[in-house]
Design a protein around this ligand. Structure first.
Ligand code: FES
Ligand code: FES
Length: 160
């Protein structure tokens, strides 16, 4: 049996004190312990990006990240992005441009985009494509997703 350890995790601005398995992934803790199911489970091997969360502002695949390692860091999931029930500019742009079809990749895409635009508020199309390198979408062909990111970036710069 997996050895149990006590951890304190800071998720979306709240502290959670939990007893967890030493080898449990952050994704498992989010979805199966805390019932935060906005973060999706796809491949489980770090290849598809649907499980992305922000850890200290960086997008990370939570399916290959041990929960114990996340102690002392700021974890933001898709549930923690919007404030007061209002969508973020990135979320709004995904909705408006039709960048969501089945929606399974969307939380991971939004998390990655949020970090990308904080780091680079005016990305070129090539930089956007490179930024989505670890996020797979089986539905959209990426065209609408790229449009959404460009729209969000323009709005966040006050140009649209
Ligand atoms: S579920 Fe984590 S990268 Fe696919
Ligand atoms: S919208 Fe279906 S996987 Fe991206």
């Amino acid at each position: 049996m997996d050895e149990r350890v006590e951890v304190t995790l800071n998720i979306n601005g709240e502290e959670y004190q939990l007893e967890i398995g030493k080898r449990w992934t952050l994704l498992y803790v989010l979805r199966d312990v805390l019932n935060m199911t906005g973060t999706k489970y796809g491949c489980g091997t770090g290849d598809c990006g649907v499980c992305k969360v922000l850890i200290d502002g960086e997008p990370v695949n939570s399916c290959t990240y041990l929960a114990t390692r996340a102690q002392g860091k700021e974890i933001i999931t898709i549930e923690g992005l919007s404030k007061d029930g209002r969508l973020t500019p990135v979320q709004q742009a995904f909705v408006e441009t039709g960048a969501i079809q089945c929606g399974f990749c969307t939380p991971g895409m939004v998390i990655t985009t949020t970090a990308l635009l904080r780091r680079n508020p005016n990305p070129t199309r090539e930089e956007i494509i490179a930024g989505l390198d670890n996020n797979l979408c089986r539905c959209t062909g990426y065209v609408k997703i790229i449009e959404a990111i460009e729209l969000a970036a323009r709005r966040m710069r006050g140009e649209a």
